[in-house]
Each structure stands twice: as C-alpha cells, then as structure tokens.
Design a binder for this molecule. Structure first.
Ligand SMILES: [Zn+2]
Ligand SMILES: [Zn+2]
Length: 282
C-alpha cells in the first residue's frame, strides 16, 4: 500500500520547513502523493507542483481554513480546488488581514507581561502573510522565554492564558462554501479537536454535510485506534469521504513527522481517487 499525506504545513503559514524540505521528508517517508494545506493561504501550490514533478510525488492543491462555531474552532481542509480562483484569493486575503489585527494585540499583552518583542520581529520570523500564534511561540523560544512551542501556548498563548486574544473567524458554513466555490472538496480536519460529545459531533457533521462538507479527516497523527474507528464509522454513516494526514509543522510539533505522524500513521493512496472524483463531479 502506497502512503499519502494530505495535511502538511510549510513556511507559507506556520510550518518551520520550506516546501522543498517538507517534500524531501515526504520522499524519504515513501509518500507518493501529498497536499500542502497551509492556513488561509494557497500560494505554495505552484512551487509544490514543480518540486513534485522532480521527486515523483503527486501534488493535490490544498488549504486549511480556520472557522468558528460557538466555542469551537473548526478547521476545514480543502482539496483539489482551483488555486488560481480570484474570489478565493480575495476571501483568503481578508482572513489573513484579520490575523494582522489580532497578532499585535498578543504582542502587546506579552510586552505587558515583561516580554520585550515587536510585531515586526514576528513578521520577519514568519516571512509570510499568513502569520499565526506558532510564529509568536517560535520567537518566544528564540528569546529563551520558553523551551518549546507547547510551553509558549500553555503559559501564554492558549485560550484562557494571559496573552490570548480572540479573532474574527468565518462560520464553518462559509469556509465550506468558499472551498466549494473554488471547485474543491471541503473536509473536516482533526475531528478530535472538536469539543463535544460523540452525539454532538454526529449532529455537527450531519449539519456540515448539509452545507456541502465532503469528507472527514479520519486518519491523523494524534488519533488513537479507537478514535480512528469511531470517525471511520461516522464517515460511513454520513456518507462522507475519508482523508488523512500528519499535520506536520516542523519545530512547533517536534514529535510529528511527514507521512508517518508519530510513527503509526499510514494513509492509503486509495483514498485519493474518490476525492478527486468528488471534486470533478461537483
Ligand atoms: Zn488544523
Ligand atoms: Zn493543520
């Protein structure tokens, strides 16, 4: 069984490795097809496609869009979308702009806590328009206020911690629609992150399907075997496609590797064809 990885982050958003580095790791892990799914940005697709031709890896255009429903931040992955779509580009730019409103307020809170840093430093470290909290976490690591990204989130950046600042996010229905409008298949990312009961998740997934959701990320680095089975069953019940990926970020998630997650992940290439068909059928 050939392996694929449909959830990867690069320096285009909050990953610490370039597209080429990520794809070299993929090659080493025996990945035959992948999707770069950077947060709120799709600029990496052409470069990835070029490198993919060189390395013999199929590249699926991908994205991960953050959305909010009540207390839950839901991430919606999009696959096989038209990355040249002008409306999508405009919608994503608006989302990224909201990050530039939030991030300086986080920096200000950190300053008030006695940590000297500027948003210019964060942006220089990020080197992309899709700036997120993991970049601030990395700057905190560089400045030796913390020793890991996890510590940065646990002490300062996570919801409920002293430097947390909320941001405006679209509704999941909007994120799903944006991906559909660009010809892609929307997929609910890492369902284990959704804070609700099994029944609550089923209701949510059914609702999202009514809005155009096409799949669930069943295979994921941190899913336990029983969670994987639960989500597989849920996908079956709701007649949704199954996808999977590592959510590799590099240094901010040091235990997760491209293609294999924490070592147990294996996403079959047989999942790709139905996804491609769903995109072209729409
Ligand atoms: Zn995510
Ligand atoms: Zn992700």
């Amino acid at each position: 069984m050939s392996r694929i990885d449909l959830h990867l982050h690069t320096t285009h958003s909050d990953g610490s490795c370039s597209t080429r580095e990520v794809m070299n790791f993929a090659k080493q892990a025996g990945v035959v097809a992948l999707a770069i799914t950077d947060h709120d940005i799709i600029d990496g697709v052409p470069e990835a496609t070029t490198i993919g031709k060189e390395l013999g890896i199929d590249v699926v255009p991908g994205i991960e869009i953050s959305s909010r429903l009540g207390d839950n931040e839901l991430h919606i992955l999009g696959y096989f979308l038209d990355w040249t779509d002008a409306l999508l580009a405009q919608r994503l730019k608006t989302l990224r702009d909201s990050r530039h409103l939030r991030n300086p307020r986080i920096v200000q809170r950190l300053n008030e806590l006695g940590i000297p840093m500027t948003y210019d430093e964060v942006r220089a470290l990020a080197g992309t328009e899709s700036v997120g909290r993991p970049h601030i976490a990395r700057l905190l690591m560089e400045k030796k206020f913390v020793t890991s990204a996890k510590e940065a989130f646990d002490r300062y950046l996570a919801n409920g911690r002293p430097a947390f600042v909320d941001r405006e996010l679209p509704q999941p229905a909007e994120a799903v629609q944006w991906i559909r409008d660009a010809g892609g298949v929307p997929v609910l990312a890492h369902p284990t992150w959704v804070r609700t009961s099994a029944d609550g998740l089923r209701t949510l997934v059914r609702d999202l399907k009514g809005m155009g959701l096409g799949g669930i990320e069943v295979h994921y680095s941190t899913h336990t075997p029983s969670q994987t089975n639960e989500y597989l069953e849920l996908a079956k019940q709701c007649d949704l496609l199954v996808t999977g990926g590592s959510d590799f970020h590099g240094v901010t998630k040091p235990d997760i590797e491209v293609g294999i997650g924490r070592g147990q992940l294996k996403v079959s290439h047989t999942l790709l064809d139905p996804l491609n068909k769903a995109a072209t059928a729409a």
